[in-house]
Design a protein around this ligand. Structure first.
Ligand code: COA
Length: 173
């Protein structure tokens, strides 16, 4: 399973985030980060044992907010509800640990949104309020599973390559 998780991470991010896990070694190191029992790691597996995708999360803010990272679905099965199912399952896991919020950053390094290649200063919220998805950026996936955009880090990955911040309330407690 660890080898399959490594391969899924590497191949899922290759198209739009080639620098994220450029080789199997770096992807394997990321998987190993989730051997830590303090983290959450959930894997979607087909009946025959094939790994379809996986999600990780780490406790932040004294356990009240958890950062979703990473989420990777094998390219062969994207668009079939696996990502949605993993996020729903993660919400159950976070609630069980008394977490209130799940948050994440989703980078735009490949001109996938209207935020790319423009100067977001001095009014980043103005740009955010008019965001458009130009090429299947995952922020729209996260919106469909209940997240909202809560901010942006301009130039997070170099000039014109922002990180879009999103969050979802998973408990009222
Ligand atoms: C983004 C990703 C996690 C989505 O998972 P998935 O299993 O393909 O998505 P689902 O099939 O559960 O889709 C749920 C909904 O989101 C939509 N959706 C999925 N990916 C989308 C995208 N990139 N852009 C716009 N909408 C998207 C689906 O059409 C579906 O909409 P519907 O409910 O109206 O039918 C997956 O495609 C992936 O691993 N991509 C590569 C790695 C990546 O970008 N990870 C996230 C980085 S922050």
């Amino acid at each position: 399973m660890i080898e399959q998780m490594t391969a899924v991470l590497h191949t899922a991010f290759r198209a739009h985030y080639p620098d994220a896990w450029p080789d199997m070694e770096s992807a394997r190191a990321e998987v190993e980060e989730f051997f830590d029992p303090e983290r959450i790691c959930r894997v979607a597996v087909a009946d025959d044992g094939t790994v379809l995708g996986w999600v990780g999360a780490s406790s932040e803010y004294n356990g009240r907010a958890w950062e979703l990272h990473p989420l990777a679905i094998h390219p062969d099965v994207q668009g079939q509800g696996v990502g949605r199912a993993l996020v729903a399952d993660l919400e159950v896991q976070v609630r069980a640990r008394r977490g209130v919020t799940i948050f994440l950053g989703t980078d735009d390094e490949d001109n996938q949104t209207s935020l790319s290649n423009s100067d977001l200063y001095p009014n980043p919220l103005d740009h955010l309020s008019r965001i458009q998805n130009l090429n299947r950026h995952p922020f729209e996936f996260y919106q469909k599973v209940g997240f909202v955009i809560v901010g942006v880090i301009p130039d997070a990955n170099g000039p014109g390559k922002p990180d879009i911040l999103m969050a979802k309330r998973v408990s009222q407690e």
